[in-house]
Design a protein around this ligand. Structure first.
Ligand SMILES: *Cc1c(COP(=O)(O)O)cnc(C)c1O
Length: 393
């Protein structure tokens, strides 16, 4: 341990953490401030404003919780669930499953709706559950299921949930910044995200937002929030006017989030969404030109996370090791039913670029050729380039 740790320079194209903006890393080496220093409080105010812009909400209770995306998930569930509440959780991948687990630990009776991994939920399925469980207090689902690459449409389900007078909770960890999350327009009552996906900051903070209906639920609580650390009834006072000490904010991570949001808003939300859409399409077209098969049908395919089947006769680990060791590229393996059967390629935030699309296609092509897979060399890059040329016209 006589030398400082020296990590390799990887290209992070997995399901997260994603590539970090260089100026985000620079900001993280700036001098520390105290968590009640007026300069730091000003930074918190700016963070809140920028988070509201990305969530597209006027919700006053919008802030960044300490911890990764999962801490955002816990924050939403422990604050909105009281022991014995019945909640409807939509499970079509790992993160839906995690929501059900977290809700159950918070004391809820969980009704978990199942859908095939890689597919999305239809409004009819939610409606049926709402009719069957009129005493449920919320419906929760995942906007961008990072374990499968499926993009869940929200609007119709949001309308249904409100017609039944329930809270609508959405996991926007991977969608935030990469596709539109319009909280107010859709009518999302509570949402959470993370810094390490399309925001391109390191893992460590979890943006959350709560609307008026969710606040009413919190205000009417009969039991204390089960987690002291994640209790918004206390944390609200630190982010609000009073500035009560609750916990010491992770100062440096807040600098990182500030810079990441600043970059995103400087680019413009729509430009960011278009960029993610373009590079996602180029990657997906390139993979198909290699005769690889994508998991999710086209209309529900996420732009920032693509799942592609491992072709017959090819060994999952051998390819991922070759990508990492020979090309310095990290991609993700499959989870659950896709373990050993699919790869997950992320083009999130700073990582979503033409250069990275071409780099990962070329590296994958050469790794597959090494494994004896038969493909036409250069076809993937050519197909991707055609997507770019078509986009310019
Ligand atoms: C990554 C992710 C999480 C969990 O975030 P962590 O930062 O790993 O704690 C939750 N939901 C979704 C959809 C994710 O992609």
């Amino acid at each position: 341990m006589s030398n400082p740790f020296k990590p390799s320079q990887r290209l992070l194209l997995g399901p997260g953490p994603s590539e970090v903006y260089p100026t985000v890393l620079e900001q993280m080496s700036k001098p520390l401030l105290g968590h009640l220093d007026p300069e730091f409080l000003k930074l918190m105010d700016e963070l809140k404003l920028m988070l509201q812009q990305v969530f597209e909400t006027g919700n006053p209770l919008t802030l960044a919780m300490p911890g990764t995306g999962s801490a955002g998930m816990e924050t939403v569930f422990v604050n909105l669930i009281e022991p014995g509440d019945k909640v409807i959780i939509c499970v079509n991948g790992v993160f839906g499953g995690r929501m059900a687990d977290v809700a159950e630990r918070a004391g809820a009776e969980v009704i978990s709706l199942q859908q095939t991994w890689g597919d999305v939920f239809a409004p009819e399925q939610i409606e049926e559950a709402l009719k069957k469980h009129p005493d449920a207090s919320m419906v929760a689902l995942v906007h961008a299921e990072t374990s499968t690459g499926a993009w869940q449409p929200l609007q119709e389900i949001a309308d249904l949930v409100h017609r039944h007078d329930k809270l609508f909770v959405v996991d926007t960890v991977t969608s935030f910044g990469g596709v539109r999350v319009a909280v107010d327009q859709i009518g999302i009552d509570a949402a959470y995200s993370g810094t390490q996906k399309c925001l391109s900051a390191p893992p460590g903070l979890a943006p959350v937002t709560f609307g008026q209906r969710a606040l009413n639920k919190i205000d009417q609580r009969k039991h204390k929030v089960q987690s002291w650390y994640l209790d918004l009834t206390m944390i609200r006072n630190y982010w609000g006017e009073d500035r009560f000490y609750h916990h010491t904010a992770p100062i440096t991570m807040n600098y990182a989030l500030h810079e990441a949001l600043r970059i995103l808003l400087e680019e413009g939300l729509d430009n960011s969404f278009q960029r993610h859409a373009l590079h996602g399409k180029a990657l997906q077209t390139g993979l198909q030109a290699m005769k690889l098969k994508l998991v999710v049908e086209e209309k529900h395919r996420l732009p920032m996370l693509t799942t592609v089947y491992v072709p017959d006769g090819i060994e999952d680990m051998a390819i991922r090791q070759s990508l990492l060791n020979r090309h310095q590229i990290e991609i993700g393996g499959g989870l659950g039913p896709f373990k050993g059967k699919a790869w997950r390629i992320g083009l999130m935030g700073y990582g979503s670029s033409r250069e990275n699309v071409l780099r990962v296609l070329e590296a994958l092509e050469s790794s597959l050729l090494d494994q004896g897979f038969s493909l036409k060399q250069g076809a993937a890059a050519e197909a991707a380039l055609q997507v770019y040329h078509a986009a310019v016209i």
